[in-house]
Design a protein around this ligand. Sequence first.
Ligand code: NI
Ligand code: MN
Length: 235
Amino acid sequence: MGLGAGARFTWLGHSTFLVETPGKRHLLVDPWVEGNPSCPARLKKLPALDALLVTHGHFDHIADAVSLAKAHDCPVVSNYETACWLRSKGVATTLEMNKGGTVDVAGVKVTMVSADHSCGISDGDAIVYGGEAAGFVVTLENGFRFYHAGDTNVFGDMALIGQIYKPDLAMLPIGGLYTMGPLEASHAVRLLGVRKVVGMHWGTFPPLTGRPEELRALCGSKVEILDMAPGDSIE
Ligand code: NI
Ligand code: MN
């Protein structure tokens, strides 16, 4: 699959993506690896990570953030409240930010954008306030830009994300129930004006019923809904 990105995107299942940048750095977005039922065993041994990006504090996006940040001695990018929680668990380096902000990390630029979702962090029996759920727009060293929406419903200001950042690739949740499904995601694609899309957050559990072929049928031929299974890579 040719993206012309000079980068390699590997889907570990659910919302977890390993990105090898043009500069050969490794980012892991929404680190859920060990307990992720979709993640192939061969991919649970990760390369040396240069940064973790956490969209929000639900377990299926943050579960391995603490252990991987410690094991790889790498920074974690998240919102302020989630960063405070990560530090309380012993994460040494957090890059805290909020929507509209951009941080430089591992040679790329990471911009936090809105998401329409919740963000409680499960900590033992308690739910800790984790700030607001977000998405990320990442600008790679060569200018290629991808948008990882995190968990979200469609919202009208996705049009602004499209206008301001013009992402070359979007990872959008399509499973339904906890996020938008294919119908809503087809409107997200239109608002974003993006031509290459990877569906995520589907198939992990039986209730996440949305499928890429449904999104493909709704989007028409001008949009490429990439055909990815957990473990697949695109370059
Ligand atoms: Ni969530
Ligand atoms: Mn989720």
